[in-house]
Design a protein around this ligand. Sequence first.
Ligand SMILES: Nc1ncnc2c1ncn2[C@@H]1O[C@H](COP(=O)(O)OP(=O)(O)OP(=O)(O)O)[C@@H](O)[C@H]1O
Ligand SMILES: [Mg+2]
Length: 326
Amino acid sequence: MSVAVTVTVTVTVTVAVTVAVADPVPVPVAGAVSALIPPPAYNQPMTDTRPESTIVIDGVTLHLARPVVEIPPWIGQREVLLQLLAAWTCFSDTDVPLNPRLLGKPGVGKTTLGCAAGEELGLEIYIVQATTDTRPEDLLVTPVLAPGGGIRYMASPLVTAMIRGGVCILDEGNRMSEKSWASLAPLLDHRRTVDSIAAGITIPAAPGFRFVTTMNDDASTYELPEYIHSRLMPQIVIDFPDEDEERAILRAQVGGVEDEVLDYVLGFLQASHLADLRYSVRDGLNIARYAMKLLHRHEAADAAAAVDTALRLALGDDAEPFFIGS
Ligand SMILES: Nc1ncnc2c1ncn2[C@@H]1O[C@H](COP(=O)(O)OP(=O)(O)OP(=O)(O)O)[C@@H](O)[C@H]1O
Ligand SMILES: [Mg+2]
């Protein structure tokens, strides 16, 4: 097979607008309208100044997707990171990387781990969110109407990762149908290509391309057929982080979190892991953030009251056993 590939990079001229907004100030009146508090500057709309990329493959121009930016660093659990990096290693010119699947409960860090491994290798990272109705063209190339008429071919994040030699994380892979997985079968073996029916082209993966899919072990919508399963090896299982790791993650991601709030939230997470409940670091992050917002607005008397309210709003009726008893 011979494939002609030309890369074109066009720069869109834009004006970057810097929005200077002060940090939110404490509001002394309980129940004050939150809209009065300006959000932090990083939440303001920004002009995207990154260049728009296109590539021509066999005479068809593909418009490429954007990589993910702002990836949180991976904390603790070094072993699973090393397992993923080993799966992606090539030990000779003829060796190909493996396409592992990351298994674990919702919120344990599967997507973050895929991103962290890509960061460690210095590769661009692209994420595809799989759903029960993801179609093969969603995974590959989608034709859309061009602004001036005609058809424009939009490369998916997966195809963009293939072309640019980046990492593709196919999130929630077990929610996707066999038909969609089948369109990836040639990508996930020695061929490392996909066929886009919509664009009428075969797209080869660059040598740097790496693939990983994540799957929740409690929400398998589709039982994948064996020929797909056997292409998604090895299986890397991620468990809840231990208490010290959870503390480090919460501290890193909830800037300015108070020690007392941190201790209460960690107590909740550890108790829920012991009881084999599904609450994860993500729940802990949300509860700690909400408790801190309540304290910031003087809407809770102290850290215990703030965490109790955050627990009640996050967990509903299931929150009671975890109340701190403010
Ligand atoms: N070891 C870790 N290091 C850094 N952040 C972590 C770690 N584990 C979890 N997190 C944080 O927890 C949150 C949830 O992680 P992530 O989205 O990767 O989970 P997930 O397993 O992919 O969840 P889902 O199954 O819902 O897609 C994120 O904010 C992530 O940064
Ligand atoms: Mg995920």
